[in-house]
Design a protein around this ligand. Structure first.
Ligand code: ANZ
Ligand code: ZN
Length: 875
């Protein structure tokens, strides 16, 4: 038969997908909130998007088939720089540019048969949405969690805006533009995420269904450490005490210096009189925290609070400045800390290195002091697995932890130590000097200071951008926007012209999806409390810190002001997190020049082993092939829209799922899609052939698997049940969708084999065919619909109902041994209850068999026994 056209089938069933799926038939099943990270409307669905949406749509359809009321929304993270840049470059209104892109992308989502709840659609640039982003800001402000402060900040010279710390990578580059950020002193708006740091850290352990690598990254970013603030008195009474933070007070015996951050007030004081110091600070500002430069402060010593020893004081860029809370200082312990060790080697070369902790159970204790010193000069002993050494007097021989507590207790009594927990995370800088974002609802008044805009005046709408302005903050040039009356005293005042970081827009969108049309509140408390948290959240691992951390913060904040309720009390927004790996493109490199090759520089040729091989057109050489992150410069991008139009939506979807486990990178190789296409064709053909078997065959809606299955039927039935169980668990428990596709193929093959052998009754073939067609629906909906249409034309059944996994059926039949005078003569297969028929019937049945006639006929039975599947005759 002619191949079915998978593209046409996809188009045919697209309509149905957009119209939504049949309502679940079980109102008691409850709801499932399945969410994928919403995209920035760039206008083009890329392959990474496609992967997320295929995963989330398959889960969406699966849970619908299971009878759940599934919430599966889609919207647009629509504020951001590309729209603004398009406006600057082409003079297009960013709102129109964005709308245009949204409709294009929606089209592409429909082409891939993604079934979203379009009645919940939102766009964060819509005033009806950002009105409530502003409302959330006002609530934060009211609660002292939004404030303006002058601080040293990260400035992105390409995007011409400041950035939050989370948006600068470990190499000091902007997450968006890739530019090396500069440090600047500016007055900016911050959100008090650090107030939530203890909870953000503690609740990570409750997120049982999150990947552990994501939790670890958040944990590191939050950076909780329990330690002590120790007071080092200064020998110069003109200066305040030096307060250091340490997690290792027991190392005090080996402390050799104190180092202050460059912005420490004492350093600032010194820099007024010490000329070299000023120079050092200016120079060091450009250096990273990894450098181990130092500057010795003259005429000042610090007094060790425990040993009372006087030690030198340095300032050094490796001491991370505190962004304004307590001034930063460390006690330097070269013998037990790697950073301090490197600092000491560089700034005091050749000088003795002290130690006060001896490792357990090693031969160090048998070494002479000289030998020990030799070892310590090459590598510091940083572990806490040890005891205090003999130079530490009363502490000598104590375990580090014991010594630590005892030292802290002693110093605490003297007012020189305080237990504290510190966090590395800093408050979230949210001001952006850009146009296309949510305006911050604040008015600056000369007499009242920053005044919040009254709730009733929301939204503060973005004014139209007049003309092209590339310099400075666009909003500050629009006088009608800037000049307003102070909401508090009425005198002339100026509106805040910074807009908010777009990560605020996306930190609460999952709430809005649950109540998207609410005009009086961001969302209704009861509705949201009923459906939150999101059951399954799917997205890229690149947001492990940024978006996920911000969302957890805002969800907890909204919980703290009673905007929603969570009976578990943790107010976490995402119950299960699925992070999908990157999609990588096949990359060809010229072995001679190392240049990335374009597709038109390559050609495919037949090779000796009957396969195909790619060579470089001009040289005939074989290129070096690897898989790498898709990018323009590597010519390795794949266009998902093209794939869908060439192979149809179902083949594309199944191909994406089949290629690799969700969390792994996916190496995009379109040539492998033929295997999937073959399988889909087989499904359709098999459906046709089974239905052709017996025109009159009709099985009723509540057809039950019969009890009297023969061996072939049993094999088919049991094989199906095993695979159905595996598929159900793969969706429900493991979210392992590549194995789902291979299980589909196994189901299809076993049905095909059963059909060919001809030993299975046709109603049993049909029954299993129905199961196959139902369970492939989540991944390949249009082929499933097409096959279902064929089946439904002959009989009534519910294709959207997920088949229940039946128990593996045992055989009704047993093999019996027929033994004559002690020897096995033949085997007989009969109903398990054969013996229950009684002695006479059993003998009569056996004698009638061909073998019975041969071995049993016309003999005088001396003894007869039937027991344990053995029938024994003695003649
Ligand atoms: C003395 C000491 C001795 C330290 C020793 C460690 C080992 P974690 O655990 O990562 O939180 N420190 C404190 N404030 C700092 C700052 N502003 N910039 C750079 N380093 C700073 O790190 C805590 C340790 O980091 C503290 O404990 C301090 O060094 C250093 F054998 O104090 B420690
Ligand atoms: Zn005022």
């Amino acid at each position: 038969p002619a191949l079915q056209n998978l593209i046409a089938i996809g188009k045919k069933w697209k309509q149905k997908t957009n119209g939504g799926l049949p309502k679940p038939d079980d109102p008691n099943k409850g709801s499932k909130y399945i969410l994928c990270q919403f995209p920035y409307p760039s206008g083009k669905l890329h392959i990474g998007h496609l992967r997320v949406y295929v995963i989330s749509d398959s889960l969406n359809r699966f849970y619908k088939q299971r009878g759940y009321n599934v919430i599966h929304p889609m919207g647009w993270d629509a504020f951001g720089l590309p729209a603004e840049n398009a406006a600057i470059e082409k003079g297009i209104n960013p709102a129109i540019w964005t709308k245009d892109n949204i409709s294009k992308m929606k089209q592409q989502m429909e082409n891939m048969l993604a079934n979203f709840d379009w009645d919940r659609e939102i766009a964060t640039c819509d005033p009806e949405y950002y009105k409530f982003t502003q409302w959330i800001f006002l609530k934060l402000f009211e609660n002292g969690l939004a404030y303006r402060k002058e601080a040293e900040i990260n400035w992105d010279p390409i995007d011409k805006t400041v950035l939050a710390n989370e948006q600068v990578d470990s190499q000091g580059r902007s997450w968006r533009s890739g530019a090396i950020v500069e440090k600047k002193q500016l007055k900016q708006w911050f959100l008090g995420i650090t107030k939530f740091a203890p909870k953000l850290k503690r609740h990570l352990s409750k997120l049982k269904d999150w990947p552990s690598n994501v939790k670890q990254m958040q944990k590191n970013w939050i950076g909780e450490s329990a330690g002590a603030e120790l007071k080092f008195k200064s020998t110069d009474s003109n200066f305040a005490d030096l307060v250091v933070f340490t997690t290792r007070p027991e190392t005090l015996f080996a402390v050799q210096y104190v180092a202050l951050a460059l912005d420490h007030p004492i350093v600032q004081q010194f820099s007024k009189t010490v000329a070299d110091l000023k120079e050092f600070i200016n120079k060091s500002d450009q250096l990273s925290n990894d450098t181990k430069e130092g500057f010795l402060l003259p005429n000042i010593k610090a007094v060790n609070p425990l040993t009372k020893e006087q030690i030198p004081v340095f300032t050094a860029p490796y001491v991370i400045s505190s962004y304004g809370s307590a001034p930063s200082a460390v006690m330097g312990c070269p013998g037990h800390d790697t950073r301090d060790f490197e600092f000491w080697k560089q700034n005091c070369p050749g000088k003795h290195i002290k130690t006060c902790i001896t490792p357990f159970f090693d031969n160090l204790s048998e070494l002479s002091d000289k030998e020990k010193q030799k070892i310590i000069e090459t590598v510091p002993f940083t572990s806490t697995n040890g005891v205090l050494s003999k130079e530490t007097g009363e502490y000598s021989g104590l375990y580090t932890e014991v010594a630590r507590n005892s030292i802290m207790g002693k110093l605490q009594n003297e007012g020189l130590s305080k237990n504290i927990v510190r966090y590395k995370i800093r408050d979230w800088l949210i001001s952006r000097q850009r146009y296309w974002g949510t305006p911050i609802p604040i008015v600056h008044c000369n007499s009242c200071g920053p005044v919040p805009v009254p709730e009733s005046d929301l939204p503060i709408k973005l004014p139209e951008l007049k003309g092209v302005n590339t310099k400075g903050n666009p909003l500050s040039t629009i006088d009608e926007f800037v000049n307003v009356a102070c909401p508090s005293c009425g005198s002339p005042a100026k509106r805040e012209t910074d807009t908010m970081d777009t990560f605020i827009d996306s930190s609460w969108y999952y709430f809005r999806f649950l109540d998207p049309k609410n005009t009086s509140k961001p969302f209704d408390r009861d509705i949201v409390s009923k459906h939150m948290p999101v059951d399954i959240y799917i997205g890229g691992v690149e947001h492990a810190i940024l978006h996920l951390l911000y969302s957890r913060f805002i969800a907890k904040f909204l919980g703290s002001i009673n905007a929603w309720d969570d009976p578990t009390g943790i107010f976490e927004p995402f119950k299960k997190l699925v992070t999908q790996g990157m999609v990588q493109g096949k990359t060809y490199v010229d072995p001679d020049t190392g240049r990335f090759l374009k597709p038109d520089e390559l050609k495919s040729v037949k090779n000796s082993t009957d396969g195909h091989q790619v060579i470089i057109k001009c040289s005939g050489k074989t290129p070096v092939i690897s898989y790498e992150k898709m990018s323009k410069s590597k010519h390795n991008g794949a266009d998902p829209n093209e794939c869908i139009s060439k192979h149809g939506p179902d083949a594309t979807r199944a191909h994406i799922l089949f290629q690799s486990p969700i969390a792994d990178a996916l190496n995009w190789d379109e040539s492998k899609i033929v295997g999937i296409e073959r399988w889909l064709q087989k499904v359709l053909l098999l459906t046709k052939n089974i239905l052709d078997l017996e025109e009159s065959m009709a099985i009723t809606k509540d057809y039950k698997t019969p009890n009297d299955l023969n061996d072939a039927e049993l094999k088919l039935h049991n094989g199906f049940q095993r695979l159905l169980k595996s598929i159900t668990e793969s969706y429900e428990v493991y979210i392992s969708l590549n194995t789902v596709i291979s299980d589909y193929m196994k189901l299809t093959n076993s049905l095909e084999t059963a059909l060919k052998k001809g030993e299975v009754r046709s109603e049993i073939l049909v029954q299993n065919l129905q199961k196959l067609i139902s369970v492939i629906y989540p991944a390949v909906p249009s082929v499933s619909e097409e096959a279902a249409e064929m089946i439904s034309s002959k009989m009534e059944w519910n294709q959207y109902q997920w088949p229940a996994v039946e128990r593996i059926t045992e055989s009704q039949f047993t093999k019996f041994q027929i033994v004559v005078n002690g020897r096995v003569k033949f085997m007989y297969t009969a109903d398990k209850d054969f013996f229950k028929l009684g002695k006479d019937t059993v003998i009569e049945t056996l004698i009638k068999l061909p073998e019975g006639r041969k071995y049993l006929m016309n003999k005088k039975i001396k003894k007869f026994v039937m027991k344990n599947n053995v029938v024994s005759f003695l003649f």
